[in-house]
Design a protein. Sequence first.
Length: 130
Amino acid sequence: MNFERLSDLKSPRRVIGAWGLFDFANSILLINGGLYFSQWLADVHAGGESWFNYSLAITSFIVLITGPIIGAIGDRKNSWLKILWIATVLMSLGTLGIALSPRIFPSGILLIFFPLILFCLINYCYQIST
């Protein structure tokens, strides 16, 4: 199914149901990341929780600057659904990257910063899509 416009869903119930499923899936992804990712960082690197907090602050600042611009583009071009699809795909790829990062980087500084960058991407996409 390719839904380019809200009217393509035809039924208000389908619109509400589709939005509910989308929001539920994204929220579960970020909640699990917030609960378990910070603990994983603390186990891997001393002071990891502060790194997690820095990543949240940086992401919030970037969303503050770029969020209104992306929202205006989505409204002007009526392409908000494409933005949601892109955000969802990037969140999924970021999650997969975090899961695979210990196998890619068994130790070292990249084991900390690569997942942090991916978590920033996930958090950014979540904030943009809500």
